[in-house]
Design a protein around this ligand. Sequence first.
Ligand code: VGL
Ligand code: ZN
Length: 224
Amino acid sequence: MTDLNYEKDIKIDIQDALIVVDMQNDFIPGGSLAVEEGDLIIKDINKVGRKFKKSKALVVFTQDWHPQNHKSFASNHPGKNPGDEFTSEDGAIGPVLWPDHCVQNTKGAKFHKNLKIDLGDRIIQKGMNPEVDSYSGFQDNDRKSETGLREYLNSENIKRIFICGLALDYCCYFTAIDGFDFGYDVYFLVNLTRGVDLPEGNVKNALETMKEKGIKFVTTESFI
Ligand code: VGL
Ligand code: ZN
């Protein structure tokens, strides 16, 4: 595991937002793209969400929301299997193909029943364009279209964002990187996320890249 330093004594305030990434049935054990132990973080995400609301901070949920013909699905590439390496020319899809997941209006795309979605101020959907994936909660992988998250956070005068959810090395990671590049002070809630680690080593690389960039790391114990 990568050596990380955790920030301490963080007081949540009105310019903070908790971004809860893709806590949907398909990413949780039993789902089609299950992240190991994804279910174990739900309770504490609810707890931290409550803390943010008590402190008048924002809580935003992102939701992976694909059409059935989405090109990130191996099933839409004859002869390919989930986990196969695949990158489209412009990086819009890849570096691997996925099982069908989070198809619009299916049970797999729904938030887990134990997640307290009432705590959310906004739900941001992503991945609707069948030709382009959207790992980041902010924008498509080809960076040609945004989801509305930045506009929303800016309209609420948010300066710090705290990221948790699934999966560490995909949607959480890319949301953190974009958040940083868009000028937010970014905190990664390490014990409230789990990774897919595909290809192997991806979780370690993601953590190292974030550390080098200046993204900060916290746990649920970091808050006052
Ligand atoms: C995700 C792979 C494909 C994620 C979404 O939420 O991390 N990963 N689509
Ligand atoms: Zn997806």
